[in-house]
Design a binder for this molecule. Structure first.
Ligand code: FES
Ligand SMILES: [Fe+2]
Length: 350
């Protein structure tokens, strides 16, 4: 275990990078409070070792990649891909045990790099939820990454409660029917939470208009989101001619993976994988505009402002006043709290 006192769940798969971010240049990234350095070995295998040199704590991402070894750029210690210190150019070359650092299990799956920071014997590849839509050749994916100066759970709450669409995202995603008409189903299976919304009899929103000759066609819009621990969300959003089955409509899978960086910040990996107008660059541009505007220019500042209020809210004993639409977000929060409690108790017993 890397950190017995961590305030984060560590026995879980976190996404640390998109596959195409990791190459022969050292990439430093902090996940769940743990600084990590990532690179690809000469044979192409993605590798992650602890991101801080044990000598005087220089960030290893500022170092040099020599074949498959990371060289600290401060006094030249070198570490292999298992975290073992294999060269000490100072002190007559002596390598004491305290100079070895952790390496972390990685999985490269669905164009994402997944890291396990907790107990190695608990890492099971099959526990990575299905994000195969990201590499589905029948879909066109537009993706990105943003860093948010706000707590991870605030961003998860935002995604599990889509009642903000008609307000915060009114420019691009306002529904012609209001949320008063929504049919909502919240469901939990094990530690997976589903929040399925159906808006019957509305006009297609901007993102779906390219699928219809007449943009005033009346459709049913659905938005089904799935959450897996601890911030792995996939939603399927689509429209069907009103009253028809989903096979008659068009849809896109949204990837919304929110990973804690520190208690005050998170990484947001997002993507839109559509099954219509796949070769149309104007629709690509529309999705890029959506991701920039809705996710970066609208959601992100809202979360950051709410996060900045936390010291005041804590000092005054203020907690959110829940609405009936918050059911899925509340379930998610309960699961996270109970997982963290169980893990922290198990750590104490070690
Ligand atoms: S801080 Fe890395 S070798 Fe000194
Ligand atoms: Fe949003």
């Amino acid at each position: 275990m890397t950190n017995k006192t961590s305030e984060f769940i560590l026995n879980t798969w976190y996404v640390i990078a998109w596959s195409d971010e990791v190459n022969r240049t050292l990439l430093g990234r902090t996940v769940a409070g743990v600084p990590v350095v990532l690179y690809r070995r000469l044979d192409g295998t993605a590798t992650a070792i602890h991101g801080v040199c044990p000598h005087r704590f220089a960030p290893l991402a500022m170092g040099n990649l020599i074949e498959d070894r990371v060289q600290c750029n401060y006094h030249g210690l070198e570490f292999d891909c298992s975290g073992k210190c294999v060269k000490n150019p100072q002190s007559g070359g002596q390598v004491v045990d305290a100079l070895h650092i952790d390496a972390y299990p990685l999985q490269e799956k669905h164009s994402l790099i997944w890291i396990w920071l907790g107990d190695r014997d608990k890492a099971q590849q099959q526990d990575i939820p299905d994000f195969s839509h990201l590499t589905d050749p029948a879909r066109r994916t537009i993706k990105g990454l943003s860093r948010v100066n706000g707590g991870h759970q605030l961003m998860v709450d935002n995604l599990m409660d889509l009642g903000h669409f008609n307000y915060l995202h009114k420019a691009m995603a306002k529904l012609s029917t209001g949320f008063e008409d929504v049919k909502r189903e919240v469901r939990q299976e094990g530690n997976t939470v589903f929040n399925n919304l159906l808006f019957p009899g509305c006009k297609p929103t901007v993102l779906f208009q390219s699928g219809f000759e007449d943009k005033d066609t009346i459709v049913d819009q659905f938005n089904d989101i799935r959450w897996d621990p601890i911030g792995l969300m996939r939603n399927q959003v689509g429209v069907t001619p009103t009253g028809r089955g989903r096979e008659h409509g068009i849809n896109q899978y949204g990837t919304h993976i929110v990973i804690p960086e520190t208690v005050d910040s998170c990484h947001y990996f997002y993507g839109s994988s559509r099954n219509y107008s796949q070769d149309d660059e104007t629709v690509d541009a529309l999705f890029r505009q959506w991701q920039q505007r809705a996710l970066n220019d609208e959601d992100k500042p809202m979360i950051e402002k709410i996060h900045a209020l936390q010291p005041y809210l804590r000092a005054n004993g203020r907690t959110p006043v829940m609405l009936s639409s918050d059911g899925a977000a509340v379930r998610v929060q309960r699961i996270v709290e109970s997982m963290l409690k169980l893990e922290q108790e198990a750590r104490k017993d070690k």
